[in-house]
Design a binder for this molecule. Structure first.
Ligand code: NI
Length: 143
């Protein structure tokens, strides 16, 4: 039987700033735009976590969505929601708080626990604004 893919959506909001210390103020503003604002700003993030597997015979589930939601809440949402991504989040320490990097770090937080729960994580989609989102499928990690 082929795999089937199931996705859980979660939400958090958080503050951040994109800033490269070794650059001038002008270059930071040119590259990062409004996300370089020195006094921070927030985004409402939508997080989509996709898991694949075969439906279990007794439940028909790939993974219990209540359990998946609980893993995401404990490992990700509780650490990011209403926080400053640059200052408050140990797993984001010394990493540029771009949508790309947040998505990679989210993957690292939940990949193991999802596997322990019998699922296989295949995609993180992180939507930062109405028009911008990133998708991460695992693989080579920059940190
Ligand atoms: Ni921003």
């Amino acid at each position: 039987m082929d795999n089937i893919y199931i996705t859980r959506r979660e939400h958090f909001n958080a503050a951040h700033k994109l800033w490269q210390d070794k650059w001038s103020d002008e270059k930071n503003e040119a590259v990062f735009g409004r996300c370089s604002n020195k006094n921070w700003h927030g985004h409402n993030y939508d997080l989509f976590v996709t898991v694949k597997g075969i439906p279990q015979e007794e439940t028909g589930f790939v993974i219990d969505l209540k359990l998946l939601s609980q893993i995401i809440k404990e490992k990700v949402i509780d650490h990011l929601d209403h926080r400053n991504l640059n200052l408050d989040v140990p797993f984001m320490k010394d990493i540029m708080a771009s949508t790309e990097n947040v998505a990679i770090k989210i993957w690292q937080q939940i990949d193991g626990p999802i596997r322990e729960a019998g699922g296989e994580l295949v995609k993180i989609k992180l939507q930062e604004t109405e028009n911008n989102y990133v998708e991460y499928f695992g693989g080579r990690e920059p940190f």
